[in-house]
Design a protein around this ligand. Structure first.
Ligand code: ZN
Ligand code: ZN
Length: 194
């Protein structure tokens, strides 16, 4: 049963986010026997091993984000980052490329941590996870952002982005993916036939 990693309430069918805190629901499994683990269990019901905070996988329905959707998210992030930079300048903090690079690094490294999203990804319904749908650690997020910055700097956005399945070179190198949340199919209620 998927559950909220923050308030531990169990997911209702079809929801991908907790209605209370908007966290994405996750599923956990026992690191030893792979049996499904429920929200508040401290020991595995199948093999009895003590459950450390194991890797949780996102329970939402996902597909790899398409190239146009990723570019839209990146564009939105760029615009939002410019607004943040304006605020930064209005505070009288140092201007210039180093400041902008620092802001951009913080934006793309810190926001996707723990199944988080950048603003643009939030608007586009995307989330950055590893290939096996775990949320990123700080190291993974840092590696991903560095790899992305390198490919963009040396190959340009076109070569760095355009792969048939929407993944980028940095996705492949760091074994991460940008996923698109897929809305659950709506169940036809009584009288909703057309
Ligand atoms: Zn919650
Ligand atoms: Zn177990």
């Amino acid at each position: 049963m998927p559950y909220c990693p923050d308030c531990l309430q169990e997911a209702r069918a079809g929801d991908s986010r907790c209605p209370l805190d908007r966290s994405l629901f996750v599923c956990s499994s026992c690191p030893r026997c792979e049996a499904e683990v429920f929200a508040k269990e401290r020991f595995c019901a199948a093999c009895g091993s003590h459950l450390e905070a194991g890797p949780a996988r996102l329970a939402a329905r996902l597909k790899t984000a398409s190239v146009p959707a990723r570019m839209a998210a990146t564009l939105l992030d760029g615009l939002a980052l410019l607004v943040v930079y304006e605020v930064w300048l209005s505070l009288g903090w140092p201007a210039g490329p180093p400041a902008l690079a620092l802001l951009a690094a913080a934006w793309w490294v810190l926001l996707p941590l723990g199944a988080g999203q950048t603003l643009g990804q939030h608007v586009m319904g995307q989330v950055v996870l590893t290939e096996d749908r775990r949320s990123l650690s700080l190291r993974e997020s840092l590696g991903r952002t560095l790899a992305a910055a390198l490919t963009w700097a040396f190959l340009g956005p076109v070569r760095a982005l355009f792969r048939a399945d929407g993944s980028t070179l940095s996705d492949l190198w760091t074994r991460t993916r940008t996923w698109s949340l897929v809305a659950a199919p709506r169940r036809a209620g009584p009288g909703s036939g057309s």
